[in-house]
Every structure is written in C-alpha cells, then in structure tokens.
Design a protein around this ligand. Structure first.
Ligand code: SF4
Ligand code: SF4
Length: 363
C-alpha cells in the first residue's frame, strides 16, 4: 500500500518538474541566446529507483558506470561483485554468475556458419578499400573505427591497426623504416576516419608533412563517428548534445599543415577513387586524400537509396562481385544473387561486374 502511494507521489513530482521545464522553454523560445532546458532530476530518479526496483542489483557490461552513478546519487546497490567485469553478458553467463547455476547445453551436431565481420551494405568506405585491395604494391596502415573492417576478407586492405592515431604515425614509422632499408620506392598510405582525425590524427598528419614522410594520409570522411554509435564530431556541424556548431573542414586543416595537393573524392565512384590514388602517388608535392560520402545510417541526411539486381542471363558466375565484400551479394545455383532486403543500391558491385549483369532498379 505504502509503496503504491510512493510511486504515485514520485510520478506526480516528476510530471510537475517536466511541465515546469516545458513551460519555461515555451516562454523563453523567442529570447536572444535561448538555450533549451532539459529535464533531468536525480531526486526523481532516486525516488523512482527505490520505489520501482525492489533489490538494487545493477546488471551492466564491462565497467560499473551506472553502478557508480547510482551510488553517487546516494542509492546503495550491488553491481560488479555480482556480474564481474569480463565478457559480453548473455543470459547463460548471467545465470551462472548471478544465480550460480551452470547453463544446460544441448549438442545439435551442427556447426555454425562462419560469418566474418563486414562493412555494411552501401558503406561509403567500401569503394576505397576495394580500390586498395586491387593494389599489392604499397603498404596501408589502418586505424580504429568502423573502417577497420576494411582489413577483413575479402577486402584484406589493411596491413596494420595499432591504436587511435596510429593510421598516420605508424605509417610514418614504416616509411622511415623503408627509407633506412634503402627501399625509397615503397609508398605507404595512412588511413583513418574523420572522427579519428579530429580525435588523434591531426598531430600525425602534421608530422608526415613536417618530417617529409613518404606517406599519403587518407581521411575517410563519413561525417560521423560510426563505430561507437553515431556521435557527432568537430566536422559534423553539431556538438555531442546535438546543438549546432562550427564545422571544422579537414581540407582546411591539411592545407594549413602544408599539404599542397588535397584530393577530395566520392569513394563510391570506383574510377574516380582509382584516379585519386594514382594522382596522389604521382604528386610531386605533399598529397592527401579525403574520401567523402556520409554514412548511410545518419538519419538527418536524405540518402539516395535504391536496389540493384543481377540479370541471371548475363551473369557468368565469375564471382567478381563477391570481392567487394558486401553482405548482400551471394551465389545461388552458380550465379550471383543480391538480397533485396539488404541492398541499398550503392552500385559498387555493379561497377566491378565484367558483364554489366548488375543494374540498379529505380524505386
Ligand atoms: S561479377 Fe557479374 S558476372 Fe560475375 S558473378 Fe557477379 S554478377 Fe555474375
Ligand atoms: S549495390 Fe551491391 S555493393 Fe551496394 S549494397 Fe547493393 S549489393 Fe551491396
């Protein structure tokens, strides 16, 4: 009975506070310098937590982030001593760790199909990595982000991934090593995304040009932070809170460092991508490449989405389209087939087909 009243009262208080915030925002919306208030209330959180959750067990993966916040709000709870810090918390693991019950397993006698991680269908990075995978005569130092998947089969287009920022600094180290070994013709590409560039790539980009590195830095600009869940970055035009912000231009930064030949290319156009690589290699002045196409998962952008289909009469089953590493392309009855539920019509597979058997169907 008491618990019910408590719930009712805490809900009433929360609603009251929420209405205050809404009415304040409505009143001030036309005021110069207006900034919307947001509704957060740790007192209400504590009340709701205590009233709705009987025992305060916190189940979260890895570090005890929520546990720490809840304790800081003055609520006693149990967390990491229950779940431990290691591994993804699946139901079996939780059952074992929280209730001490070993999970029952059944051997079905079948082995799971191997599914290596892959770039998403329509990923803007695919065109760049496909282009790099066609060249075996230079070294590619990668970095940490969604684009690290360019190192997986069948693209296999990264030779190293060490740490954030390492795309440029490791490339620089490799170039120095080649130079010391007398291999002055060896070209090294350093690769990282736009977000990584702002996070820890700018110093490496400066070092390459300052110390005359035989390196071509490549920034894969998909206008967002893909790997960790679409956080904005200084190049996206928004702050992490979603407010409008100054957009830092990667090309302006590279130009300020001293790069004289900055090539901006749409990586989805494979011919243009190849030309960009060749132009950068031939450049007598410090060159850099920016591949620019936004991630298809950015909701605030209207994307050009379609579907590609394979003409079964034209297809000769050469499997070349599989080499772009798109999860939507498969082989059935010795001919290529595209899963219409996954394809977004980027046309990268169509551009590599020697028989023009793949075409985009307009919606
Ligand atoms: S590349 Fe073209 S011809 Fe070859 S399997 Fe794919 S669709 Fe068929
Ligand atoms: S067009 Fe080809 S590469 Fe692009 S999403 Fe569809 S199947 Fe994948």
């Amino acid at each position: 009975m008491f618990k019910g009243f408590y719930q009712l009262t805490s809900a009433m208080l929360s609603q009251g506070r929420r209405l205050d915030v809404i009415s304040n925002n409505m009143t001030n919306v036309s005021t110069a310098g207006y900034k919307a208030e947001r509704y957060t209330d740790s007192t209400a959180f504590k009340e709701v937590m205590l009233s709705r959750v009987g025992n305060n067990d916190v189940i979260e993966e890895l570090d005890g982030f929520m546990e720490e916040q809840i304790r800081a709000a003055g609520i006693d709870c149990v967390g990491k001593e229950l779940t431990g810090k290691l591994y993804e918390l699946n139901p079996q693991l939780l059952r074992e760790r929280v209730f001490g019950q070993k999970p029952e397993t059944v051997d079905l006698g079948v082995s799971a199909v191997s599914r290596p991680p892959a770039l998403c269908p329509g990923c803007p990075h695919r065109g760049f990595f496909y282009t790099m995978s066609r060249h075996k005569d230079f070294v590619v130092a990668g970095d940490i982000g969604c684009y690290t998947l360019g190192g997986s089969a069948p693209l296999n287009a990264l030779d190293s991934v060490v740490c954030m920022g390492g795309g440029f600094t490791v490339a620089m180290g490799m170039a120095r090593a080649f130079e010391l070994a007398g291999q002055t013709d060896k070209k090294v590409f350093g690769v990282m995304g736009d977000s990584t560039f702002f996070h820890s790539g700018m110093t490496g980009a400066a070092e390459i040009v300052y110390n005359h590195g035989n390196v071509i830095p490549v920034v894969l600009d998909n206008s967002i932070t893909g790997m960790t869940g679409h956080q904005d970055n200084p190049g996206s035009g928004y702050t992490l809170q979603g407010d409008m912000a100054e957009t830092l231009k990667i090309e302006d930064i590279l130009s300020a460092y001293g790069y004289k030949n900055i090539i901006i290319v749409d990586p989805q156009d494979l011919a243009a991508m190849e030309k960009a690589v060749q132009d950068a290699l031939a450049s007598a002045e410090p060159a850099a490449i920016i591949t620019r196409r936004p991630c298809l998962l950015i909701k605030r952008i209207r994307h050009d989405i379609g579907k590609c289909q394979v003409d079964q009469d034209k297809c000769i089953g050469c499997r070349k389209c599989l080499s772009v590493g798109c999860p939507a392309v498969m082989v059935e009855n010795k001919k290529a087939k595209i899963d219409p539920n996954q394809c977004v019509g980027c046309t990268v597979c169509a551009q590599v087909c020697p028989k023009s058997a793949i075409a985009r169907k307009e919606n």
